[in-house]
Ligand binder design. Structure first.
Ligand SMILES: Cc1ncc(COP(=O)(O)O)c(C=O)c1O
Ligand SMILES: N[C@@H](CCCC[NH3+])C(=O)O
Length: 416
C-alpha cells in the first residue's frame, strides 16, 4: 500500500493531487490517507487471526475524530491515557467495552468516568493507583477490571525519550514487585484482576526487546498460577516502529503478531495490543510552502511556512523525517538545504542538509507525519494549528479545520 506516490512527477495522496489540496485548503496542511490507515489496522487483525484478542489503537498517536471514527467502524478498540482521549473515543463512536486505560497519573474523576461508561480494563501503573481505584470503585459499589503494567526492565533500543520499559523510566511496576502487587490486588474487594500489560517503548525496529519482555511476562504468569491467580489476557502494548530513513527496516506486523500468538498457544490467554505509530505514521504527510531562500555562502536555508509548533519531532527527538518536493519537475536552485520554519528558535527545523532543488512558492511534503505530529502541535508564536484533511480515493474531507486567530485567544481576557 503506497498512499503517497508520484504521477507525472506530481505527488498524489491516493488519487488526489497534493498541490490541488494545498491550493484548496492552504498550507501548512496535514493530509491522511484512509486506505493506508485501514490497511495497517487490517494487518494487525490478520496477524491475530482466530486467536481471541483486541487491537486497541493508541489514541495519542493521532487523535483526530475522523481517524478514530474510521478505526471504530473497522472494529478497533482504543488505548487511552486521559479523560480527554476517553471522551474523544466516545464522540467518535468507539465502543467503551473495547477501551483500555493506560497512564501513570489517573485522577479519581477520570477513573469514575471510565467506570461509569464501562471500559474493558485499567492498566494500573502503581500500588498507589491500585488503592485509589479500589476506593473509587468501592464508592460506586462496583468492581474495577485491572491489568498491571509490568515494567520488565528491558532495553527497547530506541530514543531515550521514548523508551518506557527500563527500571529508570516512570512507567509500570518493577517486574520484581509484580507478584506481590497481584497478591494485594487479588485481596481487594473492588478490584477484579483480569490481565497483565507492558509497553516497553516506541519506534522499535528489532524483535529481540519484545521477545525479552514476553519471556519476563510469561514467567510472571506462571508464578501467578502457583498463587491461584489466573488471567484472561496479556497486553503487549504498542511500539512497532516504521521506516523513516532508508536504513530503517520496518518490522512485518503480521509476522510479529503471529509470533506473539505462538507464545500464547496452550495458555488460554487473549492478546491485546496497543499500536499507535505503526497504524498512522506512514498514512500522513505535512505539506508546507517555501517562503524564502537564504544563503550565507556556507549554509542554505529553505524557509518554509511550517515550524516546530506544527511538527516538533525533528526538534524534540532529532527525528529524521523525509522531505520531498510536491512537484518533482520544479526548476529550482539545487543545494543541500536546511529546511527551517518561522518560529523564533534555533531548534526550529524540519530537516537539515537535504538535497533539494528549491524556488520560493514550491510545496514540500514531510513524510511519515501521520503519528505524533498534529497531536503534538502547539500555538507557539501565536500560530494557528494546521487543517487536517482525510483522503479516500478521489474524495477529500476536512477532518479538522484550520484554527482561526481569534480561536487562539478566545479563552483569555484583558485586564484594566
Ligand atoms: C501505554 C502505551 N501504549 C501504546 C503506545 C503506542 O506506542 P506506538 O505508537 O509506538 O505503537 C504508547 C506510546 O508509546 C504507550 O505509552
Ligand atoms: N512522541 C513520540 C512517541 C511517544 C510515544 C508515547 N509513549 C514520537 O514522536 O516519536
Amino acid at each position: 500500500m503506497v498512499p503517497f506516490h508520484y504521477q507525472n512527477d506530481q505527488l498524489f495522496a491516493e488519487q488526489v493531487s497534493v498541490e490541488q489540496l494545498a491550493n484548496t485548503y492552504g498550507t501548512p496542511l496535514y493530509i491522511y490517507s484512509r486506505q493506508a490507515i485501514e490497511h495497517q489496522f487490517d494487518a494487525y487483525q490478520q496477524g491475530l487471526g482466530d486467536h481471541p484478542g483486541l487491537i486497541c489503537y493508541a489514541v495519542k498517536a493521532n487523535s483526530n475524530l475522523g481517524v478514530l471514527s474510521l478505526l471504530a467502524k473497522r472494529g478497533a478498540g482504543f488505548d487511552i491515557v486521559s479523560i480527554g482521549e476517553l471522551e474523544r473515543v466516545l464522540a467518535a463512536g468507539g465502543a467503551p467495552e473495547k477501551i483500555v486505560f493506560s497512564g501513570v497519573a489517573k485522577k479519581a474523576s477520570e477513573m469514575r468516568r471510565a467506570l461509569e461508561v464501562g471500559i474493558h480494563c485499567f492498566n494500573v501503573e502503581s500500588q498507589a493507583e491500585l488503592e485509589r481505584l479500589n476506593s473509587v470503585a468501592g464508592d460506586m459499589g462496583i468492581q474495577a477490571p485491572i491489568s498491571l503494567r509490568v515494567n520488565p526492565d528491558v532495553d527497547a533500543k530506541t530514543h531515550p525519550y521514548i523508551s518506557t520499559g527500563l527500571k529508570q523510566n516512570k512507567f509500570g511496576v518493577d517486574h520484581r514487585l509484580a507478584r506481590a502487587f497481584y497478591q494485594r490486588a487479588n485481596e481487594l474487594q473492588h478490584i477484579r484482576v483480569i490481565g497483565m500489560d507492558c509497553h516497553i517503548g516506541s519506534q522499535l525496529l528489532e524483535a529481540k526487546p519484545f521477545e525479552d519482555a514476553v519471556d519476563r511476562l510469561l514467567t510472571l504468569l506462571d508464578e501467578l498460577k502457583q498463587d491461584g491467580i489466573a488471567l484472561e489476557h496479556i497486553d503487549m502494548g504498542g511500539g512497532i516502529g516504521v521506516k523513516y530513513t532508508d536504513q530503517d527496516i520496518e518490522p512485518d506486523v503480521r509476522n510479529y503478531i503471529r509470533k506473539l500468538v505462538g507464545h500464547l498457544k496452550d495458555r488460554n490467554l487473549a492478546l491485546i495490543l496497543e499500536p499507535g505509530r505503526s497504524i498512522v505514521a506512514n498514512a500522513g504527510i505535512l505539506v508546507t510552502e517555501v517562503e524564502y531562500l537564504k544563503d550565507n555562502g556556507e549554509h542554505h536555508f529553505g524557509i518554509v511556512d511550517a515550524g516546530m509548533n506544527d511538527l516538533i519531532r525533528p526538534a524534540l527527538y532529532q527525528a529524521w523525517m523525509d522531505i520531498v518536493p510536491v512537484n518533482r519537475n520544479a526548476d529550482g536552485h539545487s543545494a543541500s538545504w536546511d529546511i527551517v520554519g518561522p518560529i523564533c528558535e534555533t531548534g526550529d527545523f524540519l530537516g537539515k542538509a537535504r538535497d533539494l532543488s528549491l524556488t520560493p512558492g514550491d510545496l514540500l511534503a514531510v513524510k511519515s507525519a501521520g503519528a505524533y505530529s498534529f497531536v503534538m502541535a502547539s500555538n507557539y508564536n501565536t500560530r494557528e494549528r494546521p487543517a487536517e484533511v482525510l483522503v479516500q480515493g478521489d474524495a477529500h474531507t476536512v477532518v479538522r479545520q484550520r484554527e482561526t486567530l481569534t480561536d487562539l485567544w478566545a479563552l483569555e481576557s484583558t485586564v484594566d
